[in-house]
Design a protein around this ligand. Sequence first.
Ligand SMILES: NC(=O)c1ccc[n+]([C@@H]2O[C@H](COP(=O)([O-])OP(=O)(O)OC[C@H]3O[C@@H](n4cnc5c(N)ncnc54)[C@H](O)[C@@H]3O)[C@@H](O)[C@H]2O)c1
Length: 337
Amino acid sequence: MKIILTGGAGFLGSHTAVELVNEGYEPIIIDDFRNSKSFIIDNIEKIIGRKVIFHCADIGDQNKVSTIIKNEKPAGLIHFAADKAVNESVLNPLKYYHNNIGNLIKLLEVINNFNLSSFIFSSSCTVYGEPSCIPVNEKTPIQPAFSPYGYTKQVGEKILTDFFKTKKQTSLTILRYFNPIGAHPSSLIGELPLGIPSNLVPHLTQTAIGKRKQLTIFGNDYNTADGTCIRDYIHVVDLARAHVLSLKNKIMSNNVYNVGVGKGSSVLELVNCFEEINNLNVNYQFGDRRSGDVPEIYADNSLIKKKLNWEPKFSLKDALQHAWNWELELKSKYKVD
Ligand SMILES: NC(=O)c1ccc[n+]([C@@H]2O[C@H](COP(=O)([O-])OP(=O)(O)OC[C@H]3O[C@@H](n4cnc5c(N)ncnc54)[C@H](O)[C@@H]3O)[C@@H](O)[C@H]2O)c1
């Protein structure tokens, strides 16, 4: 069964491609490498031991995407392609509205002419804003967005929900990811930030390897046990498996799931765990709070566990070891700025 992965050369898409192959699906990757590199496709192929179907295209290019769908005849589509840096979205909101909303609409206009049985959307726990109650479940009210990026995920969910009400044959699943980290255990694929990473773990691994001078932890005066923010860190392979299970257990309506391990860890705990498991010292300092960061959020994941039979298999330690191995691999084999 063929499944299109828009943004399939990215961090989450590449791992999902591998997990799909493991479960007998045929991923069809569409990506234009605006935030990835072509060697990721080569490395997916090394992991799966064969060629993967890849099309280089901007998902906003309706002619190209339409031709791909007409020729490939996919059963489903997972929409990863988007811009994802919260801070950048504050500085350049139009980039985010253009790609995350404008190109989503263009994609749906194309899909309108085809019959897909499943559509999965990459959403985010940012839709919950600063929740009044933790852990958050899927019924936790959506709060006003803290950033243009968060707003694009809220609007994306709404656009898709409205659109797929008119396409009764398609099952829509919205996955609200918490904080994906780690890398594939093979060290062949992982997070590949181009430029200065906006996520914690690549900044941490790049500091540990000497590519960055220092890691700044934004804020140590939050009302948490050690003063740093609390997040729900989930291994990228566990997150990827949630997509496969969503396809397998397709339900026709109301498929919104939190994808997190259901446990909060502070930023400082994560840094300490990274140092311990990899036997390293990281040069870090505490800085000011960063706008857009909520103090604490983690998932109530009981719904996805019950409905999709999903369980995380990897620990925080595993994720931090795999992330470090990936950084070492990047340094030894690839030149990425
Ligand atoms: N990584 C996270 O922390 C996180 C958390 C919550 C939600 N998400 C969402 O998950 C999705 C995937 O995130 P990721 O971490 O894999 O990001 P990523 O940047 O690594 O991957 C996205 C991929 O999409 C491609 N892309 C972007 N716009 C495109 C376009 N118009 N046409 C073709 N290709 C395009 C990029 O080149 C990249 O390879 C995004 O929608 C993101 O908002 C990510």
